[in-house]
Structures are given as structure tokens and as C-alpha cells.
Design a protein around this ligand. Structure first.
Ligand code: GLU
Length: 301
């Protein structure tokens, strides 16, 4: 087991586009925190979505990160090469009776939600109405035997009953957070076209790689409610979290991969130096770094 006081941090991009300033912020923060506490920083490639991930984006992001001055141990974990691991984690949840096949198309779900004006909404939109949760095992098996494509969903109510007790996690910036995974409903754990999901693989891999401090953008804060539940169900350690504020562009909107102007590639092409780029992240960067380091100092003293 890694020594928790040394903290392993990571940057885990999906190679679906070019990195932008916000990614540089996260990656540098994770690396600098690890360096400051004598821990280590890892890179992981989250490329489970074969339709959106591209080798040229992976090459580009590695090049950008190296240009920023980051170093990480090789080989890095590339999730697409480890589908068997995620299948095992799913099989474990299945053996606990917590997973069911869902044959619904997006259109089916949209129609069902539209037909029920009071359909509850979660952080990701309307909750899955539970249509396939009510299929008899015989019907589900028959549909699978006919070759109907299906996703696998977590039976949230059963999962909560099994996880038992009140689940909490600690965020350096938000403090102790009560996990409320029920707000997500029966989340998808394996997609029709991809035999895993972001939630399942990220939780599995952070535990496998001994990541003890997860530094990532505030946009992933809500997902942590689901991650905490999966950790409980799979018997995985619970890391410390630091969800930092997101950088905004000149228009005040948060940066996204679609914002070409702020990609590292375009900034580099414009002649920026790594030092200039680092300066552009201030003062938010130093404030986040100090916030994390002082929280760690308190946690250890
Ligand atoms: N792969 C995710 C993304 O690129 C980030 C995963 C994480 O940091 O948990 O948005």
C-alpha cells in the first residue's frame, strides 16, 4: 500500500480533443502538489470511448504536458487496454444483485420522461425512469438471447441498501460532503457500445494505481457522489478530493475543448513559453495550490 501521507496524484485526460488552459491548470496542480509533499504524479489515458478518442489527441496531449515540464512514470495506464478489469468489477456488482440490463434507446427514455411531467431530474438531466428495472429475468434473458443491444445499469435503491450507512467523502475545498448518489438514479455502468463507463473505470483505476488525492475540476464534483457509492460497493479505499474552480475564457464562460483559441497547441503556436503560460494561470493557481497544501498539512499534523 502506498504511504498515504506521500500522496499519489494524477491527471486523467480523455483524448477526445486538444488540451486547453484549464487542463494545464489541473495537470500542473496535481504535479506540483505531488512534488511538494514528496509523492508522485501519474498520467492516465481515459480512452474507453472508441468513437471519440483519437491517437493523435493522445500524442498531442503528451506533447503538451511534456512541454509544460511535467514528467510521469511510463507506461501509463490506457483504459482501452484493460476492459477485462472493468468486466470483473461489473461481475462483482452483478453477483451482488445490483446490476440489470437496460434495452432502452435514448428515444425510448425521452418519450417516457416526456409522458411523465413530474419525472425527477438529477445532475445529468432527467433520471432514468426505471423501465427495464421491472423486466422479468426471463424477459431480460430472452431479449439478450435475441441479440438486443443493452447497457448495464446500477440498481440504485438496492445499491444504497447494500452500501448501508451514511457515505461521506472529504474535499479539500468543500469539506466533508455527504454522498447523495440517489440523485443520479440508476446510472449506466456499461454502455451498449462500450463495456464500461467513466464512473466505473475511474473508480477502479484510481484505486488500482493507489491515487490518494484526486485533483480535478469542479465540473466533476457531482460525479463523486456516484464514485463514493461504487467505492463502498467494490470495497475500494476512499481518496481525498480537491475539486478546483474552473478557468473562464475572456467571455466569462468556462473553457471547453471546443474553445480553439485557448488550446495549448494554439497558444504554443503563438509563441507562448511554459513560464508565460504558468503566469496566465495566476492568481487562481497559487491560491488552489496553497489551499491544498495547507489542508494536507492540517490533515497530517
Ligand atoms: N477523463 C476525464 C475527463 O477528461 C477526467 C477524469 C477525472 O479526472 O476523474 O474529463
Amino acid at each position: 500500500m502506498p504511504n498515504p501521507t506521500l500522496h499519489i496524484t494524477r491527471f486523467a485526460p480523455s483524448p477526445t480533443g486538444q488540451l486547453h488552459l484549464g487542463h494545464a491548470f489541473s495537470a500542473l496542480l496535481a504535479a506540483e502538489v505531488a512534488a511538494a509533499v514528496g509523492g508522485s504524479f501519474r498520467l492516465r489515458i481515459e480512452d474507453i470511448d472508441a468513437t471519440r478518442c483519437r491517437p493523435e489527441h493522445e500524442a498531442g496531449l503528451r506533447d503538451d504536458l511534456a512541454w509544460l515540464g511535467l514528467v510521469w512514470p511510463e507506461p501509463v495506464r490506457r483504459q482501452s487496454e484493460h476492459m477485462a478489469d472493468y468486466a470483473k468489477a461489473l461481475a462483482r456488482l452483478d453477483s451482488l444483485g445490483l446490476v440489470y440490463p437496460c434495452f432502452c434507446t435514448r428515444a425510448d427514455i425521452a418519450a417516457e420522461v416526456a409522458a411523465s411531467p413530474s419525472a425527477p431530474h438529477g445532475p445529468d438531466g432527467p433520471l432514468y425512469p426505471g423501465t427495464c428495472r421491472h423486466l422479468s429475468p426471463a424477459e431480460a434473458t430472452a431479449r439478450q438471447a435475441r441479440g438486443a443491444p443493452f447497457a448495464l445499469r446500477l440498481h440504485m435503491e438496492a445499491a444504497l441498501a447494500q452500501a448501508g450507512g451514511d457515505l461521506v467523502w472529504t474535499d479539500v475545498f468543500a469539506g466533508t460532503v455527504a454522498a447523495e448518489p440517489a440523485r443520479f438514479g440508476d446510472v449506466v455502468l456499461a454502455r451498449k457500445e462500450t463495456p464500461t463507463s467513466y464512473h466505473l473505470s475511474v473508480v477502479h483505476d484510481d484505486a488500482l494505481e493507489g491515487v490518494s488525492l484526486i485533483i480535478r475540476g469542479r465540473d466533476l464534483f457531482e460525479a463523486t457522489h456516484v464514485h463514493r457509492l461504487l467505492q463502498a460497493l467494490l470495497g475500494l479505499p476512499v481518496p481525498l478530493y480537491a475539486h478546483h474552480d474552473l478557468l473562464c475564457g475572456p467571455d466569462g464562460r468556462r473553457l471547453a475543448k471546443r474553445d480553439r483559441a485557448e488550446t495549448l497547441a494554439s497558444l504554443r503556436a503563438g509563441g507562448i513559453s511554459p513560464g508565460d503560460l504558468r503566469a496566465r494561470l495566476e492568481p487562481a493557481f497559487s491560491s488552489a495550490l496553497e489551499g491544498i497544501l495547507s489542508a494536507l498539512a492540517v490533515a497530517q499534523s
